[in-house]
Write a protein that binds this ligand. Structure first.
Ligand code: XBP
Ligand code: MG
Length: 241
């Protein structure tokens, strides 16, 4: 199997810059609705992105900044409720068209489909968030273009653990070396590489300058990356391994 069989896309930061003006706003709206004083500005949110997963991120924040919250007997249940409310806000935001695709993403998806390459998603975000982003920002039927969508709590260990990529590979029934992953963060890259998948990194606003050792290449965005370039990178990597 020496031709590229599948492209596996990360979502947040790779398909769209969703964090600062999407997830962050939705978290803050959920905190305000619950009458809480938590408010995450753009800089603080950058620190919190060290932890993937919204529920895990809230717990990380509380560990650092609000240990009284964590001492509540129902802290975990509260986090779950807050997260569900955050997802409602996020879905509404995406539906409003607030989160456009990053440059080159739509074209690359079209080119890959035209070439008959299989498409999949591996993300730590909640499944509803993926569905709505694909529907609102790619095309109404875009979910059906992705044969496997691995998202959220489907695996207990989120990125940088390899589990979500391994889960997707199993469902695609493909070996890691037949695929190429597209990621934007060091945590995402660690995850895809630990699963054995060659990976191209498109830096995003929060991930510029992170350690991307092991990536096939690092580009500022996908505007100049054609599908043919991905195939060439893939082949070059195969011949060097
Ligand atoms: C990014 C994440 C997610 C989102 C928030 O995932 O870490 O946690 O920030 O989404 P990726 P949830 O880059 O892997 O797409 O609140 O739904 O977890
Ligand atoms: Mg990402």
């Amino acid at each position: 199997m020496n031709t590229l069989q599948a492209l596996i896309f990360d979502v947040d930061g790779t398909i769209s810059d969703t964090e600062r003006d999407g997830h962050r706003i939705a978290f803050n709206a959920a905190f305000a609705d619950a009458g809480m004083s938590w408010q995450w500005d753009a800089a603080l949110y950058g620190e919190l992105l060290a932890v993937t997963g919204g529920k895990e991120r809230m717990r990380f924040y509380a560990e650092r900044y609000d240990r009284d919250f964590l001492a509540l007997p129902d802290a975990d249940a509260r986090i779950k409720v807050l997260h569900a409310a955050k997802t409602v806000h996020y879905v509404r935001l995406v539906e409003s068209g607030a989160l456009p695709l990053r440059p080159g993403v739509a074209r690359l998806i079209d080119e890959a489909r035209a070439a008959g390459v299989r498409l999949a998603i591996a993300t730590t975000t909640t499944p509803e968030n993926v569905e709505v982003l694909l529907r609102a920002s790619v095309a109404p039927e875009a979910s059906s273009w992705f044969e496997v969508i691995g998202a959220g709590d489907i695996v207990p260990a989120k990125k940088p653990a390899p589990d979500i990529y391994t889960w997707v590979l199993e469902r695609l029934n493909l070996p890691a070396h037949a695929c190429l992953a597209l990621e934007d963060s060091a945590n995402g890259l660690k995850s895809s590489l630990a699963a054995g998948i060659p990976t191209l990194v498109t830096e995003s606003e929060y991930t510029q300058g992170q350690d991307f050792s092991g990536a096939l290449a690092v580009v500022p965005d996908l505007a100049q990356t054609r599908f043919a370039d991905l195939q060439a990178l893939f082949k070059k990597n195969l011949s060097s391994t």
